[in-house]
Design a protein around this ligand. Structure first.
Ligand SMILES: NC(=O)C1=CN([C@@H]2O[C@H](COP(=O)(O)OP(=O)(O)OC[C@H]3O[C@@H](n4cnc5c(N)ncnc54)[C@H](OP(=O)(O)O)[C@@H]3O)[C@@H](O)[C@H]2O)C=CC1
Ligand SMILES: O=CC(=O)O
Length: 324
């Protein structure tokens, strides 16, 4: 008997076909109200689930008695309660590393777009309001030779630092809970406190996971510490930021601009005040969303699930202790 698995997000056809060679697959391109009861029924017999964003905690596990593997097609795993999974002996996996370059490219796009006002000036041209030579009211701020502060100097953070240092001659400072010697040696990054980073940076780039510790890490006081000419870039998760405080910081000119790939509520509501601001560049959580990288992520998620179902150690486990 082939193991029953649920794939609950859209994945490339070749990856789906590979999973189907050794598993009985129930496939949903996405979960919604219409397929919810079918999904919950399938869950009672599923040994594995693969996809992005499903909230898995002890309540869901209680409805999935045969589940042994949860394979996330994301690197962030704030959707999973790892303690609950580990207690039940369920292995969780994610997709680190294969997305680092693409996400770092997205972060650089937001840095450039906010400081050079790319989206706002694109609108100026397209709306027919480019009437004469532009003057200083339309000038932006440099990126090259400025100071980049990375909060969360991990895999993605280091990849941003590499681009910023090598391509833009930026000076890199960073804040983690512990020092990252690789980044210090390879990107001349300097470790500092969060307060120091916020006071000194021209660009603040947030790239931590969402945890209890990082929930609303950026709030009123943190934005007040930033330079008036600094931009804030969020590539982590929306809930690492107090969005009301961010709106206020932007409205009152406490900071220059913000570039946001993530929001507390996704999709972000169309009437959200952040969407009305010229100095905010928004993206629909597309940090890793290129054809090439999403393919690699789906492949890695499949490798993880198939290895774990076969009793082998998956390439990128989160709670590897479940197997030891
Ligand atoms: N927008 C998008 O599409 C994407 C978003 N992401 C987000 O980015 C996150 C980071 O990914 P990745 O670089 O692979 O993860 P890593 O685990 O490699 O890096 C995370 C970094 O955050 C630091 N960190 C963790 N907690 C804190 C804290 N409380 N204060 C300060 N620093 C902290 C860690 O250092 P230390 O442990 O020393 O504190 C580590 O350096 C993901 O979890 C995800 O949420 C990732 C990919 C795509
Ligand atoms: O947000 C995306 C991820 O991979 O995490």
């Amino acid at each position: 008997m082939l193991p029953k698995v649920i794939v609950y997000s859209r994945i490339p056809e070749d990856v789906l076909a590979r999973i189907q060679e050794s598993c009985e697959v129930t496939y949903y391109e996405k979960l919604n109200e219409e397929n919810h009861s079918s999904f919950m029924k399938e869950l009672t017999n599923a040994e594995a689930v693969l996809g992005s964003g499903l909230k898995v905690d002890k309540d869901l596990l209680a409805k999935a008695p045969k589940l042994s593997v949860v394979s996330n097609i994301t690197v962030g795993y704030d959707n999973l309660n790892i303690d609950d999974l580990t207690e039940r002996g369920v292995l969780a996996t994610n997709t680190p590393t294969v997305l680092d370059d693409t996400v770092a490219d997205t972060m650089m796009s937001l840095i450039l777009a906010t400081r050079r006002r790319i989206v706002e000036l694109d609108q100026l041209v397209k709306s027919g309001n480019w009437k004469a030579n532009i003057s200083k009211e339309h000038f932006g701020l440099d990126v090259h030779h400025k100071k980049l502060g990375i909060i969360g100097m991990g895999r993605v953070g280091q990849t941003v630092a590499k681009r910023a240092e090598a391509g833009f001659d930026m000076e890199i400072i960073y804040h983690n809970r512990s020092r990252n010697e690789w980044a210090e040696q390879n990107h001349h990054a300097t470790y500092c406190s969060l307060e120091e980073l916020l006071k000194e940076s021209d660009v603040v780039c947030l790239l931590t996971p969402l945890t209890k510790e990082t929930y609303e890490l950026m709030g009123k006081e943190e934005f007040q510490l930033m330079k008036k000419t600094a931009v804030f870039i969020n590539g982590s998760r929306g809930a690492t930021v107090d969005e009301d405080a961010l709106v206020q910081a932007l409205e009152t000119g406490e900071i220059y601009a913000a570039g946001l790939d993530v929001f507390k509520e996704e999709p972000v509501p169309v009437d959200h005040p952040l969407l009305t601001m010229k100095n905010v560049v928004t993206l629909p959580h597309i940090g890793s969303a290129t054809h090439e990288t999403r393919h690699k992520m789906a492949e890695l998620a499949a490798d993880n699930m198939l290895a774990a179902l076969g009793g082998a150690c998956p390439p990128t486990p989160i709670n590897g202790e479940v197997r030891s």
